[in-house]
Ligand binder design. Structure first.
Ligand SMILES: Nc1ncnc2c1ncn2[C@@H]1O[C@H](COP(=O)(O)OP(=O)(O)OP(=O)(O)O)[C@@H](O)[C@H]1O
Length: 601
């Protein structure tokens, strides 16, 4: 059992590709990596020195925001509005109060909160105490929360009133010898349904009252010090504990402000849960640009459209499932967009049809790709305005559905053949594993050296486990997760490609394609489909197959179509393909003639 993440930290720099040089570098004697730091003495000793080697950390963004944007709104929730100088002081109070509770450098502090102001403050206040922030997905079940609390050795948990029963159940499931973390409730005066904490309870606001707003926050001793611990979504296996350091978070935060051309003082709507890979680094990013963080406890189409209109939202991030919800929202809950709303979507493949529908409503969409292990998005479908803006809408959407190129902060990205380790040809069809390297790749998985070594290999690449192709223009496109590829008589079928055709069907709301065992061909595609409300019962499996047959090679056409009212999703909104795969497997091998039958499970 651990209570700190001291076992992760600075590792050997990877062996990167060397650039051939013909003349000796004038800086040959400088140090490539900070070793023992000395003050510079003459030109022969250039390199790292105490003035250029102070640890990079995103925490300093807050102090700067208080100076530059002090009176501007920082966090908005219902009728509560904080300014940047208030947020700065509240985070210092939080940090100092944690220290006075005995929290020290490297301890884990967990958080079970939706997107409320306290959740925003945790992203600064917790690491400013020297602790490591662990945001836990509020939609998990008690058993999983218990596993995570035990695995992380968390010392303290901040809990939303809606998650208190869940937390109590989770704590009950901890083994008797495991020290239970202290629980601090975070009350929400805007939600009348939650009873007030019993008198004498140390709540979040009472804790802040005890804190010192002038606190000298605990700076990292090294930029490699762990700062956050995030568990993966558990789409393919049990969630893994990903640890990131100050340096990595600093780099990815600035990277995305550049890549998304973020202006000063945006109005940013929190539709993406901050517990999901720290909201792709935008909690820290908003402090850089003095944005207004508009918090939303519950995300549904009506609330999102209403908040966009009321607050003049300019930016939001969301998974494709939320984009689909906004695009398919019935007229009643949709409102016309008064201004430009820029949306960044990632987390799962966004079908071209969904992108097209959302853009038709007026959203300006960017698409990125990343993993919990990369602290956010490492790849972006960077838009070539002059070249692509004039294309017809379906073509634009098809191009935008590709995951794209490395962001400015990603030094290297490739798609490689698993056996030879060589780059696949740029032909848009040869599949390989997507690999990358960059300063924000995780330190590793907490207490899991084996999984860390499998993901970060001696060849200097981080292996994503995603299967993709490289297009002629250097843009990458995901074809599947390695576990989701369907192998049909030796031919690889990308489930994502089949899904994107299904999403084009006017009656389809959601679609997921998995492998079903097949007597003759090994595996065949099995499509699970939910229909839009007004199309329920109007479409048959044969209709769906006919739609596919007209748009893809015969071997890719689903041999089985299963209609469901809703598809099972992970707590981060990803369709749980392993659940569907089990259903398809339990259906038994597909036999000749099955493709004429309509299936309803
Ligand atoms: N734009 C995108 N297009 C396609 N897939 C994406 C995109 N962005 C992210 N993904 C998928 O999400 C994965 C990263 O998700 P995350 O880190 O939340 O955990 P998970 O991989 O879903 O869970 P686990 O690793 O526990 O199975 C990527 O490996 C990729 O498969």
């Amino acid at each position: 059992m651990v209570s700190t993440v001291g076992n992760l930290g600075r590792i050997q720099p990877p062996r990167c590709r060397q650039v051939a040089t013909t003349s000796p570098s004038p800086f040959a004697q400088g140090k490539a990596y900070p070793g023992r730091l000395r003050p510079p003495r003459g030109t022969g000793n250039l390199g790292a020195n105490p003035a250029n080697s102070c640890p990079l950390t995103p925490l300093g963004f807050l102090e700067r925001a208080a100076t530059v944007f002090g009176d501007c709104p920082s966090v908005v929730y219902h009728d509560t509005v904080f300014t940047w100088s208030q947020t700065h002081r509240r985070c210092l109070r939080l940090a100092s109060a944690l220290v006075s509770l005995g929290i020290s450098r490297g301890d884990i502090v967990s958080v079970l909160l939706p997107n409320v102001p306290a959740m925003y403050e945790m992203h600064f206040g917790v690491p400013m105490s020297g602790a490591v922030l662990n945001t836990i997905n509020t939609r998990l079940d008690a058993r999983t929360v218990s596993v995570l609390l035990r695995h992380s050795g968390s010392k303290l948990v901040f809990v939303d009133p809606s998650c208190l029963p869940l937390t109590r159940d989770a704590l009950k499931q901890l083994p008797p010898e495991h020290p239970a973390p202290s629980v601090i409730p975070v009350e929400d005066p805007h939600e009348k349904e939650f009873p007030a904490a019993p008198p004498g309870t140390l709540t979040y606001e009472l804790l802040l009252d005890k804190g010192d707003p002038e606190f000298e926050w605990v700076r990292p001793a090294s930029e490699w010090d762990p700062m956050v611990l995030n568990y993966t979504s558990g789409t393919t296996s049990a969630p893994k504990g990903v640890v990131h350091c100050h340096r990595g978070i600093f780099l990815i935060t600035l990277d995305w402000l550049v890549e998304w051309s973020m202006p000063q003082r945006p109005t940013y709507l929190w539709t993406l849960p901050m517990f999901h890979a720290n909201g792709w680094s935008f909690p820290w990013g908003m402090a850089v640009v003095g944005g207004t963080n508009v918090c939303l406890r519950r995300v549904n189409a009506g609330a999102v459209y209403a908040t966009i209109a009321r607050r003049g939202v300019t930016h939001l991030c969301c998974a494709p499932v939320v984009l689909n919800m906004l695009a398919n929202a019935p007229e009643g809950s949709r409102r016309p967009l008064a201004g430009k709303v820029r949306v960044l979507t990632a987390g799962a493949p966004p079908p071209a049809a969904v992108l097209q529908r959302a853009e038709a409503i007026g959203f300006e969409i960017s698409h990125g790709y990343g993993l919990t292990e990369t602290a956010g998005l490492a790849v972006s479908c960077t838009w070539k305005k002059e070249e692509w803006d004039t294309l017809p809408a379906p073509e634009r959407a098809r191009i935008k559905a590709r995951q794209g190129v490395r962001t400015p902060g990603t030094p290297d990205l490739d798609v490689i053949d698993g056996e030879t380790g060589r780059s696949v040809p740029r032909d848009g069809s040869t599949m390989g594993e997507i690999v990358l390297r960059g300063g924000y790749v995780m330190l590793g998985y907490l207490n899991d050296g084996e999984a860390t070594a499998a993901a970060i290999r001696d060849d200097g690449w981080f292996y994503t486990g995603d299967v993709g192709v490289m297009h002629l223009d250097g843009y990458v496109e995901i074809r599947d997760r390695s576990k989701d590829v369907i192998i049909n008589a030796g031919e690889n079928i990308s489930s994502v490609e089949v899904e994107s055709v299904l999403y084009g069907h006017p009656a389809v709301n959601e679609a997921a394609v998995v492998a079903r065992p097949d007597e003759l061909r090994g595996e065949t595609p099995c499509a699970f489909v939910s229909l839009k409300e007004d199309a329920a019962g109007m479409v048959t499996a044969a209709d769906v197959m006919a739609w596919c047959r007209e748009r893809m090679p015969q071997y890719m056409v689903p041999r089985t179509v299963v209609f469901r009212a809703e598809l099972p999703k992970t707590s981060t909104g990803k369709i749980q393909k392993y659940v569907l795969r089990n259903i398809a497997r339990d259906m038994g091998p597909a036999r000749k003639g099955d493709d004429r039958s309509s299936t309803r499970v």
